[in-house]
Design a protein around this ligand. Sequence first.
Ligand code: V0V
Length: 141
Amino acid sequence: TVLAVDHVGIAVADLDEAIAWYADTFGLVATHEETNEEQGVREAMLSAPGDAGAAVQLLAPLRPDSAIGKFLDRNGPGIQQMAYRVADIEATSAALRDKGMRLLYDEPRRGTAGSRINFVHPKDAGGVLVELVEQAATDTH
Ligand code: V0V
């Protein structure tokens, strides 16, 4: 079951420039920043001050052959993913597989702030790369 829209992910070329642009333009503040080697990204979570709702995740590539590097090459900067928060990522993944959807990983991998993540292939999800996120038990974002 989906609990909430967790975040919308936006591919950017330069993370620090993008953080500054979102702060200047929309007043969004970075609440978390992390490098994820396995995913090939440097990423930041942004929110409106005091808002505990869905976040904006800025994603910058660590290398050209990463998912974000390829996305930027093909599309330029823009929305790359839509992430749903789920209570039990194994159960949700199994339910989606039963519906015939391709999950990108056999097992969940590590996402932001100790979360566990998997993705539904965009061709099985209406052209949207859907990320499933199960938050770490202690994370209160
Ligand atoms: C590719 N396609 C997309 C897409 N990326 N459509 C919508 N949204 C996207 N982001 C389309 C592409 O245009 C092709 O369409 C088609 O999918 C098949 O592409 P492909 O050649 O099979 O695959 P690639 O090489 O384009 O890779 C796409 C996938 C890749 C989704 C497989 O990006 C991937 O593995 N993503 C999962 C990991 C990820 O995105 N990591 C970065 C975020 P046509 O042209 O055939 O019609 S890390 C993160 O979110 C973290 C850490 C976190 O949240 O905590």
